[in-house]
Ligand binder design. Structure first.
Ligand code: KG4
Ligand code: ZN
Length: 346
C-alpha cells in the first residue's frame, strides 16, 4: 500500500511517500524558520499561507524522487491535530481534495502519534510494549505504549513543554528561534558546574514535569550576571546554556528511568524535536544501559516535524481499515488516549 503523508501542523511543511512493503520511498521538507525568525516565534497566519504555497510543489518533488505516478497513491494521510488550526486546515483540505480526486481514502493522523512511531522508520525497531518520551515544542509526555493506538499517559508537563523551555531560554540569551539547536551548540563551550540549576520535581514522586521554575531560575541567573558586569559575555551565555541543558537532560533521564521501573519495562522510545538533542541521547543511552534497558530514537531528520512519520502512522491505520468519514475536521487539541487501537503492525 502506497501512502502519501502530509505534515502541516506548525512551521514545517513535510511530505513523504511510504510503502507498507518497500518502506520510505521519498520525503521532502520545507522549514519556515526564516519566515518566523524575525518575530521570535511562529506567526500562525504566515505559517498557513506558506503551507499553501509549498505543499503541492513538495508533493510533485516526492512523486518524482520515488518515481511513482499520482495514480499509484493508495491513500493520503495528513496531520489532523494537535497544532495550529489554520495550518492544520491547509493540510487537511488539500489531503481531502487530492484523495477525492484520486478516488482513494484519506485519514487524519495525530501529530504526536506520528512522532511516537517515527523510530519505526529505522532498521532497528522497538518491540511493544514500551515507554515513549515525547519531547517537542508543545508536549512533554511519558506514555506507556502497548500497541499502536493503545496509549496510557503516565506523566506530562504541568506548564512549559521541554522544547518551549529551550526556546524561551534561547530568547533570554539573545539566540534565534527555534532555540533548542542553538542552546545545544553554545552549551558545548559552556563550563560545567559554574551554575547549578535545579532539577525540577525529581524529588517528588510521580512522572509529571515542570519547566517553568527552571525558566525563572535562568532569568534570575541572567539578571545576576548582568548586574555584576553590564552585558552578558559570550562565556556567560555558554555557561548558562550548559547549566540549563544539563538540568533538562538530568530531569528527563531521571523520569524515564522511573517510568521504566514503575511499568517494569526495558524499552524506551524517545521522539519529538528535543529528542534530536545529542547530550540527551548520550545521557539516556548511558543511564538506561545501567538498568539493562534500551533506548530507540528516530534519525535526527525524523525527530523534528516531518511527513514520513505521518505517512507511516497513517499507513498502519489504513492497513487496519481505518479511513476518514466525509467532511474536513481538524483538532487543534486532541488527547492521544482518545485514538482508536490498531491490531495490525507492518
Ligand atoms: O517536534 P517539533 O519539531 O515541533 C513540535 O511538534 O513542537 O519540536 C520543535 C522543538 C523546538 O522547541 C526546538 O527548539 C526543539 O524541538 N529542538 C531541540 C533541538 N532540536 C529541536 N531542543 C533541544 N536540542 C535540540 N537539538
Ligand atoms: Zn512535532
Amino acid at each position: 500500500m502506497l501512502i502519501l503523508g502530509l505534515e502541516t501542523s506548525c512551521d514545517e511543511t513535510g511530505v513523504a511517500l511510504y510503502h507498507t512493503e518497500r518502506g520510505l520511498l521519498a520525503h521532502a521538507l520545507f522549514s519556515q524558520v526564516d519566515i518566523h525568525v524575525e518575530y521570535g516565534g511562529v506567526v500562525p497566519e504566515l505559517a498557513s499561507r506558506d503551507h499553501v504555497r509549498k505543499t503541492l510543489p513538495l508533493i510533485d518533488e516526492v512523486l518524482q524522487e520515488a518515481n511513482v505516478l499520482a495514480g499509484d497513491v493508495e491513500g493520503v494521510a495528513y496531520t489532523a491535530g494537535p497544532g495550529l488550526v489554520g495550518a492544520l486546515m491547509v493540510g487537511a483540505t488539500l489531503a481531502k481534495a487530492l484523495a477525492w480526486g484520486w478516488g482513494v481514502p484519506a485519514l487524519g493522523v495525530h501529530h504526536m502519534e506520528g512522532h511516537l512511531l517515527a523510530p519505526m522508520l529505522e532498521d532497528e525497531r522497538p518491540d511493544f510494549p514500551f515507554i515513549a518520551l515525547l519531547v517537542s515544542g508543545g508536549h512533554t509526555q511519558l506514555v506507556r505504549v502497548d500497541a499502536i493506538g493503545r496509549y496510557r499517559l503516565l506523566g506530562e508537563s504541568l506548564d512549559d513543554a521541554a522544547g518551549e523551555a529551550f526556546d524561551k531560554t534561547a530568547k533570554m540569551l539573545g539566540l534565534p528561534y527555534p532555540g533548542g539547536p542553538h542552546i545545544a551548540r553554545i552549551a558545548q563551550q559552556g563550563q560545567a558546574g559554574r551554575f547549578d540549576f535545579p532539577r525540577p520535581m525529581v524529588n517528588r514522586p510521580g512522572l509529571d514535569f515542570s519547566f517553568s521554575g527552571l525558566k525563572t531560575h535562568t532569568l534570575n541567573t541572567v539578571d545576576a550576571c548582568r548586574s555584576a558586569g553590564g552585558e552578558l559575555s559570550e562565556q556567560d551565555k555558554c555557561d548558562i546554556a550548559r547549566a540549563f541543558e544539563d538540568a533538562v537532560v538530568a530531569t528527563l533521564v531521571i523520569k524515564c528511568r522511573r517510568a521504566l521501573e514503575q511499568e517494569n519495562l526495558k524499552t524506551l522510545v524517545m521522539a519529538g524535536g528535543v529528542s534530536a538533542n545529542a547530550n540527551l541521547r548520550t545521557a539516556l543511552k548511558k543511564a538506561l544501559a545501567r538498568q539493562r534497558a534500551r533506548v530507540f530514537y528516530p534519525a535526527p531528520v525524523f525527530c523534528t516535524d516531518n511527513g514520513a512519520m505521518i505517512a507511516y502512522a497513517g499507513a498502519q491505520r489504513m492497513l487496519a481499515g481505518q479511513v476518514d468519514s466525509e467532511g474536513v475536521r481538524v483538532r487543534p487539541r486532541w488527547p492521544m488516549e482518545e485514538l482508536p487501537p490498531v491490531a495490525v503492525v507492518a
